[in-house]
Design a binder for this molecule. Structure first.
Ligand code: 0L1
Ligand code: MG
Length: 271
């Protein structure tokens, strides 16, 4: 799958997009698991998935919510192989999905949360275009900061396909930042080590190279996907670049601590 393939035509009518948006909206609001959307709409394409996601975003904005940026999903080779894609998905991030560092995060308003360690970028200039490069991303970056994404697929058993997971906002649910903000030129982002502990036990470790080869390349891919959808990344955007480690399931009572080489730690508890 290339970004050009994202320009393919939609198959579903506006009324179907609206009714699928209702389904996803209710599943996210009520934390209920639903079957993947293609069970009822087998003809649904990736373009339809983005149409549902963008309708979801419009509804949130109309209700007064604030978008602060985007996430890259499916950035690791393992997840891409599993889904048969070569380009990450994107999902929007709203201000009210943010949770402060060291806070206690509820799980009763989530279906089956999992945590991923990620590097987040905050931009100072606009990024756009189908040829966005790592160098352009680094030049446009104000600072980077360590982060944890809490993903929560609304599909039963985390079983979905590409159009469905894109419609579900790429499983976006919550995010936490912490540690130390750093200038992009002060850190070698190509091989930054990360260790995640659950209740004091190491449960995952990895290198930032797992994120599309380099986290800034993942941000460039986000810009390319947005371009194919007729969007750009405005200055001041917060972008989660993708999971450095596998996603780890969390339950009430769990404490998660992540140590990022050069960037400090991010910690939280779940209730
Ligand atoms: O952030 C991610 O990589 C998740 C993308 C959606 C797939 C999943 O829920 O694992
Ligand atoms: Mg993620």
């Amino acid at each position: 799958m290339t970004t050009a393939a994202l320009r393919m035509q939609r198959q579903l009518a506006d009324a179907d997009i609206s009714s699928l948006c209702d389904r996803v909206f209710v599943a996210q609001r009520d934390a209920t698991a639903i079957p993947k959307l293609t069970d009822d709409y087998p003809q649904m394409t990736l373009a339809d998935g983005y149409a549902v996601q963008f309708e979801l975003l419009r509804r949130h904005m109309a209700a007064g919510q604030r978008q602060i940026g985007w996430k890259a999903g499916l950035t690791s080779k393992a997840k891409m192989d599993q889904m048969g894609v070569r380009v990450p998905t994107v999902g929007f991030l709203l201000a009210d999905m943010f949770r402060p560092e060291t806070s206690t995060i509820r799980t009763d308003d989530l279906v089956h949360p999992r945590v991923e360690c990620e590097m987040a970028f905050v931009t100072k200039t606009r990024l756009s275009g189908a040829n966005c490069s790592r160098e352009e991303v680094l030049a446009a970056t104000d600072f980077i900061v360590p982060a944890v994404e809490i993903i929560d697929s609304r599909f039963s058993g985390f079983k979905f396909d590409l159009p469905s997971v894109v419609a579900d906002n790429s499983s976006s649910a919550r995010y936490v930042t912490g540690g130390r903000a750093r200038l992009p030129m002060d850190v070698d982002m190509s091989t930054l080590g990360v260790v995640m502990e659950r209740n004091g036990e190491p449960v995952a470790m990895g290198s930032s190279a797992a994120v599309a080869g380099h986290p800034a390349d993942a941000v460039a891919l986000v810009v390319k996907v947005l371009d194919s959808l007729g969007e750009e990344l405005p200055a001041g955007s917060f972008v989660m670049s993708g999971g450095i480690t596998e996603a780890i399931a969390v339950s009430p009572g769990d404490h998660i601590g992540v140590r990022f080489q050069e960037l400090g730690s991010v910690a939280m508890r779940f209730s």
